[in-house]
Write a protein that binds this ligand. Sequence first.
Ligand SMILES: NC(=O)c1ccc[n+]([C@@H]2O[C@H](COP(=O)([O-])OP(=O)(O)OC[C@H]3O[C@@H](n4cnc5c(N)ncnc54)[C@H](OP(=O)(O)O)[C@@H]3O)[C@@H](O)[C@H]2O)c1
Length: 328
Amino acid sequence: MLAWHLTGPDHGYSWGEVPDPVPGPGEVRIAVRASALNHMDLWLTRGRPRPPTYPHVPGCDVAGVVESLGEGVEGWQVGDEVVVNTAVVPAEALTLGVDSVLHPGMRLLGEHLWGGHGELCVAPAHGIVRRPEGRSWVDAASYPVCLTSAWRLLRRGRVAPGQTVLVTGFGSGVGTAAAMLALHLGAEVVVTSRDEAKRQRALELGAAGAVDSAGPYPTDVDIVVDSIGPAVWDQCISSLGRGGRMCVCGGTSGPVVELNLPRLFFQQLEIIGASIGSQEEFQFVTDLMADGLRTVVDQVYPLEDYPAALERLRSGEQVGKLVLEHPA
Ligand SMILES: NC(=O)c1ccc[n+]([C@@H]2O[C@H](COP(=O)([O-])OP(=O)(O)OC[C@H]3O[C@@H](n4cnc5c(N)ncnc54)[C@H](OP(=O)(O)O)[C@@H]3O)[C@@H](O)[C@H]2O)c1
């Protein structure tokens, strides 16, 4: 097949022929119709993380049409329109329910496994869902990583209507998804961003408030959803009210933070870490997509313009997802 691929660490992406991925038992092969970018696409070019083999095809968010079936696949047919859960787990992990992503065999599509920025992509039949009804291919590729992660965080943070949710870094894919999801679930959402235009966009999309990332932050917040880390950590912790939940899914500004322990226990705070999501969580957000959950796509590029999309991701100017449309 033709695909964007890496031939080694510190190499840029090339477009060209790589071997067709072959669906094994229980797997399907998908003709990709749209795939979305994540920071993983950039990190892979620096060899951090390093994929298990080269060539490597990136692309964590994948939607397309089932093109062939591996041995023993039931419940799916050639021609079915599907979206792939980025968290690929062995079939036996599904018995763990929402904890299936804690299974040691969990692998990420686009990192440990070839992803979707090529013509074909292989995924386990138990890790795909039907394309949400009424949503375009672009919408279908825009939500797997960011919305499933956002839901796992908010679910574990016990989000409820009327609660205040502070989302840091509105410009990030996961931040935009968390804000839109919390709004959809009836929470009052305040976002942070360093960029005035992004703060304005958040207000237009329904946020009750939008503050500069440098602060000051609101107080008595029920849940913080953060992917920035040390640059905003102290302010996020200070913004939580009693019993508040600090929900973390990234450390864009660095890996290490300090924690004031008396604040943690006197305020009875909880710190929750989460990474992508189980099949149940993925199905939940897929159903919300079918119900019309608003998602934010920054720009759509034809597959051949992947370098331009990567450049926009690198610039940090985007609000929401960057999606590649593949030829039918
Ligand atoms: N665990 C998971 O399942 C999961 C899933 C998705 C993402 N993530 C992680 O979440 C993080 C965000 O990823 P992403 O691709 O969605 O977003 P991204 O494009 O990396 O955006 C990060 C945003 O964070 C803000 N930011 C970055 N550095 C900052 C700093 N020094 N001070 C203040 N704000 C800063 C900026 O927001 P403004 O432009 O609005 O200021 C920026 O747009 C990454 O670390 C990623 O690994 C984790």
